[in-house]
Design a protein around this ligand. Structure first.
Ligand code: SF4
Length: 289
């Protein structure tokens, strides 16, 4: 490398300072461009405000930028496919019932933590009927390490009793029926329907999907149900199941909650998240986890 040429580095603040605005996502900007006051694309003065013309997404519409443009969504999906071609649910299970239990236990916990507990749990209580015969108090010691164990025990035992009493011991492959089970909301129902029954009834919105959908400006919502509705509008149905798995893996590997690894992220030049740790494109302050 010639003397005096320094490779681009992320700013120490975690944000790349003074990145030029309104940049084409396909055109990375050398850091030196941001150092000159008048190097801003569009020639605006430092005080001039960008014109907002888009879909009311806060970040949307600046200089024609539309975070929900079909070609942008398609490119995000293409890159996710390349990054995570065959990802599946990380919760250990061998039946719809086991997946349901593992998903209930995974709330406010990690998959690794749940996978430490469930093999022994399913050895001890091998069928849904075995769980239905328990009281929540009897189950508590077995699931204590996953956190919120009293509520989780109540949900698992309550769900088992209902599955045995009303569904003949079989987990229903139907959203409406699943939602009648104690402790089962849309996230759990979507996991079971998508991963076990291969039915795309919705998009799983867990903490990773919540965070990354906002960072990628696929939604501005904060409520999981509204986020799911937004994702169902912009992601093609045949991608709903895989998309959730891919985003969950992306959230574990690169787009972590604190200090996402943006310099290593193949989505970087499509992502304008306000809390990026590295950026070659304009960052949108509203696009945050
Ligand atoms: S660039 Fe950073 S914030 Fe954006 S998706 Fe990648 S890791 Fe997440």
């Amino acid at each position: 490398m010639p003397r005096g040429v320094v490779p681009r580095q992320p700013a120490r603040t975690g944000h790349q300072d003074r990145v030029a605005r309104a940049l084409s996502p396909t055109k990375p900007v050398p850091i030196s461009a941001g150092r000159k006051k008048d190097a801003r694309v569009g020639g605006g003065t430092p005080k001039s405000k960008p014109k907002v013309t888009g879909r009311g997404n806060g970040a949307a519409g600046r200089s024609g930028y539309d975070p929900l443009a079909p070609e942008r969504i398609a490119e995000i999906l293409r890159r996710l496919d390349r990054l995570y071609p065959d990802v599946t649910c990380a919760l250990t299970h061998s039946s719809a019932w086991e997946l349901l239990v593992a998903t209930i236990l995974s709330a406010q916990s990690t998959d690794v933590n749940v996978n430490r507990v469930t093999p022994e749990l399913f050895r001890k209580y091998p069928t849904v009927e075995a769980f239905a015969a328990l009281t929540p108090e009897q189950l508590e010691p077995d699931v204590r390490s996953t956190g919120f164990f009293r509520n989780k025990s109540k949900s698992v035992v309550g769900a088992a009793k209902k599955v045995v009493a009303e569904f003949g011991g079989q987990i229903p492959d139907d959203m409406e029926k699943l939602l009648t089970l104690p402790g089962v909301a849309r996230k759990t129902a979507n996991v079971v329907l998508g991963s076990w029954f291969k039915k795309a009834e919705g998009v799983v919105v867990d903490t990773h999907v919540h965070r990354i959908s906002r960072r990628l400006e696929l939604t501005t919502q904060d409520d999981p149900q509204k986020i799911e509705q937004d994702l169902m509008r912009v992601i093609p149905r045949e991608k709903w199941i895989l998309f959730s798995h891919q985003i969950i893996w992306h959230g574990r590997r690169l787009c972590i909650a604190r200090k996402p690894k943006c310099a290593e992220c193949p989505l970087e030049n499509l992502c304008h998240a306000g809390d990026k740790t590295w950026s070659t494109v304009e960052m949108h302050k509203n696009a945050k986890a």
